[in-house]
Ligand binder design. Structure first.
Ligand code: FA5
Ligand code: MG
Length: 450
């Protein structure tokens, strides 16, 4: 679910006007208290880890969409060997990683030069190479298994922040997670002495299901540290913070120009625990605003703790799939994982912005399911169960009705859209899927079907 934070000041219809917003004086930009995922202020509910998080194997149709790593019992990332048994632990109540997620580790779509994500990553590299020759150090195979400390504590995510919950993050055990953002590497890289870096990698989140959300996606983190010499010589009025904010905007403004021709975009003030002020950039796509990146001026505390007292820094984290969807006209985020030649053959190294031609439009099939929820019910858990049964054949899970009766019981009705990107689904197959989904939802979420 992606409520939009709209402010009249931030609504821009043309790139030129977006650029005008970039040049709003930082002091005039107030941080909104409204916020989203890593910026979210949703009431925190730490869930007990239920066993339903481990889901049944996906049906043949879903399996066919997977790639070879699905069958592997171990994969390697950046020289680190990751075994299935170390990540998927059915009997460990502190683990909530299903096989569908393990099967994505090590695929590293961003390392493929002919894949839209690899093409996009390389184009962003070109921008930084051209404008900051030799300055930005690039990391793209850091291990996605990180400590809770790296993922949250090191970037000042409060102890009760919703993103730490088992509902939102994949925990390998009480101390280890699949990183939910590339910001997890900021502190260690600062400690290693880096001042300019880009970190690209796969990140993992329990989330809702629709065409722009997927539980595994790719981010690129950018980070730049400034020393007092940088801003004292700038002749700029105001604080070091203002200097960093202005440079951040200039840098992302240039990146937007490098990537896009004309596109509608707007800036939205937001909140992140690790930056202040903080902003998100949204781009108009498929008749709606799509959030593509978060950024801001790094909190002093992070610099102080990691050997950069008296410095300032900016950081950004952009969603590669979201940008690639706009640039290549890719209508559904699941397509990035497709091995179908009709998809993969359309992209080639160095060719940014080639418009994707859908090979065929297969019809979606909708099935509704109503049930009385209980106190533990969350939409992310529902999506995890549905995805565990239907795999990538599920396109969207959407709440379409919600009411509470006189006895205080709350009913939800969800509409599930099934659609393959690659073939027509038979009625029988969909009925089977829906039957299995209903059974799994009933037994694993302990809800009462209506
Ligand atoms: C973050 O992850 C912050 N770490 C970004 C950041 C870095 C802010 C440094 C400030 C400084 P957020 O949760 O908004 O923020 O995610 C960043 C981007 O990832 C989003 O703008 C969006 O493009 C992408 N994204 C988020 N969730 C998903 C998802 N489920 N599927 C695909 N892309 C997603
Ligand atoms: Mg966001």
């Amino acid at each position: 679910m992606r409520p939009l934070i709209r402010t009249a000041r931030c609504c821009l219809r043309a790139r030129e006007r977006a650029m005008a917003t970039f040049s709003v004086a930082p002091a005039a930009i107030s941080s909104s208290t409204a916020a989203r995922p890593l910026s979210s202020l949703r009431p925190h509910r730490r869930l007990l880890l239920p066993c339903f998080l481990h889901t049944a194997p996906a049906p043949a149709g879903a399996r066919a969409l997977r790639t070879s790593a699905a069958a592997a019992s171990a994969v390697e990332v950046g020289g680190v060997k990751i075994a299935r048994k170390d990540v998927v632990k059915e009997d460990d109540p502190t683990n909530n990683v299903p096989d569908t997620i393990f099967s994505k580790i090590g695929l590293q779509l961003h390392m493929r030069d002919n894949h839209p994500l690899g093409i996009l990553k390389n184009t962003i590299y070109d921008y930084f190479d051209k404008n900051f020759a030799g300055q930005f150090y690039k990391f793209d195979d850091l291990c996605p298994l990180v400590s809770v400390k790296q993922n949250f504590d090191d970037v000042l995510v409060p102890a009760d922040h919703v993103s730490r919950s088992y509902n939102d993050t994949y925990y390998v055990d009480g101390q280890t997670v699949l990183r939910c953002h590339t910001s997890a590497h900021q502190a260690e890289l600062l400690r290693d002495g880096h001042t300019h870096f880009l970190v690209t990698g796969d990140v993992y989140r329990r989330d809702s299901i629709d065409s722009t959300h997927y539980p595994v996606f790719h981010q690129m983190e950018g980070f730049r540290v400034f020393s007092p010499d940088d801003w004292s010589g700038s002749g700029m009025d105001g604080t070091a913070y203002a200097y960093a904010a202005a440079d951040l905007k200039k840098t992302l403004e240039g990146l937007a120009r490098h990537l896009f021709g004309a596109v509608e975009m707007r800036w939205v003030d937001t909140y992140f625990p690790f930056t202040n002020p903080s902003f998100e950039l949204e781009i108009y796509f498929q008749d709606d605003w799509l959030e593509v990146l978060g950024c801001g001026v790094t909190e002093q505390e992070i610099l102080k703790r990691n050997g950069r007292t008296d410095h300032v820094a900016w950081a950004f984290g952009l969603g590669l799939e979201r940008l690639a969807m706009v640039l290549f006209d890719i209508p559904d985020i699941r397509l990035f994982w497709s091995n179908d030649k009709r998809f993969t053959s359309q992209f080639s190294e160095g060719k940014l912005g080639v418009k994707f031609k859908p090979f065929s439009k297969f019809p979606p099939c909708y099935k509704d399911m109503s049930f009385w929820i209980n106190d533990e019910f969350t939409e992310n858990n529902l999506c995890e169960v549905v995805r565990g049964i239907a795999g990538d054949l599920v396109e969207e899970v959407k709440l379409i009705d919600n009411f509470t009766n006189k006895k205080g019981m709350t009913s939800h009705c969800y509409r599930i859209a099934y659609r393959s990107m690659e073939r027509s689904l038979t009625d029988e197959e969909i009925n089977d899927l829906q039957w299995n989904v209903r059974e799994a939802v009933k037994s694993k979420l302990k809800v009462e079907l209506r």
